[in-house]
Design a protein around this ligand. Structure first.
Ligand code: DOR
Ligand code: ZN
Length: 420
């Protein structure tokens, strides 16, 4: 009888931010040993030959559209795309149909995930206008990760109000994540781009000031015992509102905001129409710098699939959002190869940091006792993104034609090699 289920030999791993070669042994879905030389054998022996063995990415922000919008994505297709791309945990947003506002919708989603999901899925519940008590009944559910608050309207039109928000913050000891574009600023700007705007004007219609005002409002809520987090940072002006401390706000950045600018929106049109918008090169560069030095803790995709047909509508009718789950790991590791991020920061922002923010202590690093969610990555290979090889149901990517780092060579989820 082999002692372990899998033993990885001579894997390159990160330990406390430093890289080293190690053997890694897995048993019963957990990492049981991380040592220079592991004596026992594995039912499966994987010779890594110095290739990177990295912790599965934890994507704390996806829209898997299930139920109600499953022509764009569903819990099966979205998680299959995720796990094939090295993402082993995803946190799904509540703007489905029906939206998740209480325990019935939460349990229905969790049951569906148990039936069809290929990776671990947790769920946010939306703060509406009067559902604090309903959320209180959700917080002990194993699938619950936190509360999503929309300070400005976007796909799904879930808005709260200040009174409900204050009551929720006082009553609920959990993570609050904010879509922090301020509704007042958005409304005042509606006419800003002239009579018949197109996608090139999207960042003018939803201006930087909306995001900065939203971040300011979130920062003003910080206090003892609170866990506040700003989703998809998009503007340099939001960064001063991030706090280094545990009360937050902490922040996440999406790959499209790290890679694209309004010039790209002008080039590819509605496909890059997304809320908050991609903005100026100065914003992109400030976000990259803040990710590199840790002011921005995590990378999360805001994977928001819409079909090509839907995106082909005129600008004002086309839905906002871009898919990102296929490209999360390759785009982030490409920033390492171009010298913008250290390997340690990239892997922390993909895995350990989001796991920490979500309170998922059993994942995010290659360390003894943690879940065996892992992938092998070959740093010598590259991937020029092609519509034909993305797996999201919507079938396209804003990164088409862009050369990224390679996708994982192989992925293990709970200790089992993934075949999707
Ligand atoms: O562009 C966006 N799309 N921003 C959001 O906040 C929601 C998302 C979606 O669900 O499509
Ligand atoms: Zn989102």
């Amino acid at each position: 009888m082999p002692r372990y289920d899998v033993v990885f030999r001579e894997a390159r791993i990160l330990e406390d931010g430093a890289e080293r070669l190690s053997d890694v042994a897995i048993r019963n879905g957990r990492i049981e040993a991380v040592r220079s030389r592991i004596a026992g054998d594995g039912a499966d022996e994987v010779d890594c030959g110095g290739q990177w063995l990295l912790p599965g990415a934890v994507d704390m922000h996806v829209h898997l559209r299930d139920p109600g919008l499953t022509h764009k994505e569903d819990l099966g297709t979205g998680t299959a795309a995720a796990v094939a791309a090295g993402v082993t945990t995803v946190c799904d947003m509540p703007n489905t149909r029906p939206p998740v506002l209480g325990i019935d919708e939460l349990r229905a989603k969790a049951a569906r995930a148990r039936a069809v999901a290929h990776c671990d899925v947790r769920f946010f519940v939306a703060l509406g206008r009067d559902n604090v008590d309903a959320i209180a009944r959700c917080v002990d559910e194993p699938s619950f990760v936190g509360v999503k608050v929309f300070l400005g309207a976007t796909t799904g039109d879930l808005l709260s109000d200040d009174g409900t928000l204050r009551r929720a913050l006082d009553a609920l000891p959990c993570l609050f994540v904010f879509h922090a574009e301020d509704e007042g600023v958005l409304r005042r700007n509606l006419g800003a781009a002239g009579a018949s705007p197109d996608a090139a004007a999207h960042h003018v219609l939803r201006p930087t000031e909306a995001a900065v005002e939203g971040a300011r409002r979130v920062a003003a809520l910080a206090g003892p015992g609170r866990r506040l987090h700003i989703c998809h940072l998009s503007a340099a002006g939001e960064l001063p509102f991030l706090s280094g401390g545990p009360q937050g706000p902490t922040g996440e950045v999406a790959p499209h905001h790290l890679w694209f600018t309004a010039d790209d929106t002008a080039r590819i049109g509605n496909l890059l129409k997304v809320n908050p918008p991609v903005r100026l090169a100065t914003d992109r560069d400030a976000l990259r710098a803040a990710l590199a030095d840790g002011r921005i803790a995590a990378i999360a995709t805001d994977h928001a699939p819409h079909t090509l047909d839907e995106k082909a509508a005129p600008y004002s009718a086309a839905p906002s959002g871009v898919p990102g789950i296929d490209t999360l790991v390759p785009s982030t590791l490409r920033l390492v190869q171009t010298g913008l991020l250290s390997m340690a920061r990239a892997v922390d922002a993909l895995s350990a940091a989001p796991a920490r923010l979500l309170g998922l202590a059993d994942r995010g690093r290659v360390a003894e006792g943690l879940r065996a969610d892992l992938y092998l990555w070959d740093e010598r290979k590259a991937w020029c993104v092609d519509r034909a090889d993305v797996r999201t149901k919507c079938g396209w990517s804003p990164f088409e034609g862009v050369t990224l780092a390679a996708r994982p060579d192989a992925v293990w989820f709970e200790g089992r090699k993934v075949v999707v």
